[in-house]
Design a protein around this ligand. Structure first.
Ligand SMILES: CC(C)(COP(=O)(O)OP(=O)(O)OC[C@H]1O[C@@H](n2cnc3c(N)ncnc32)[C@H](O)[C@@H]1OP(=O)(O)O)[C@@H](O)C(=O)NCCC(=O)NCCS
Length: 158
């Protein structure tokens, strides 16, 4: 819980939010951070991790479990504090989380959906052995613009 201030400071950033789903609050307040940390710290196995550089939170990465007939899938989400973009943190975090997820959850597929303009995120996934499965043309509306949805996947059984 003592990390909520640094989480808020870095995550409350429109340049990050513009690449994420609308359910994520923006502006992001200390109260949202505390609620998030409270809920996540109760889950076992852990589903959302802080990305930490020395003793400071510089990002977050996690999964959301899918339900029903999709329960062998998880969806991956991540962000890095803007001042650290391009330093390799995202690539390392996705690699570690991918390994952790396959070891700790009975799932077959890790999916990441990326907005068409987000080349850095696609590169991070590509470097970690994800492949581009499909593009849902104009499948997303974000900031009132229709954009393509790039679906990247890493899986065990084909
Ligand atoms: C996507 C994000 C997590 C990447 O994290 P990062 O720590 O900056 O990523 P890395 O430094 O590990 O790698 C970035 C790669 O993208 C490349 N890249 C960056 N901008 C690029 C661009 N405009 N076009 C093509 N490649 C680009 C970098 O060159 C690097 O690849 P390389 O190692 O082959 O040179 C970070 O930009 C972020 O938090 N963005 C906002 C939130 C977000 O998009 N989350 C993911 C939603 S799907």
């Amino acid at each position: 819980m003592e990390d909520s201030a640094s989480l808020t400071a870095y995550f409350n950033n429109i340049n990050i939010w513009n690449n994420l789903r609308d359910y994520i609050p923006h502006p992001y307040t200390a109260e949202e951070a505390e609620n998030f940390i409270g809920v996540q710290s109760e889950l076992f196995p852990t589903q959302n991790f802080a990305i930490v550089n020395e003793d400071q939170i510089v990002g977050g990465i996690g999964i959301s479990l899918q339900q029903d007939i999709y329960k062998m899938n998880v969806e991956l989400g991540y962000w890095v504090a803007e001042t650290f973009w391009g330093t390799g943190i995202g690539t390392i975090a996705v690699g570690l989380l991918t390994q952790y997820v396959f070891e700790n959850f009975a799932i077959n597929r890790i999916i990441a959906e990326v907005f068409e303009h987000n080349k850095a995120s696609m590169r991070v996934l590509e470097k970690n052995g994800f492949h581009l499965e499909t593009v849902r043309r104009k499948g997303i509306i974000k900031n009132d613009l229709l954009i393509d949805d790039y679906v990247w996947v890493k899986q065990k059984i084909y």
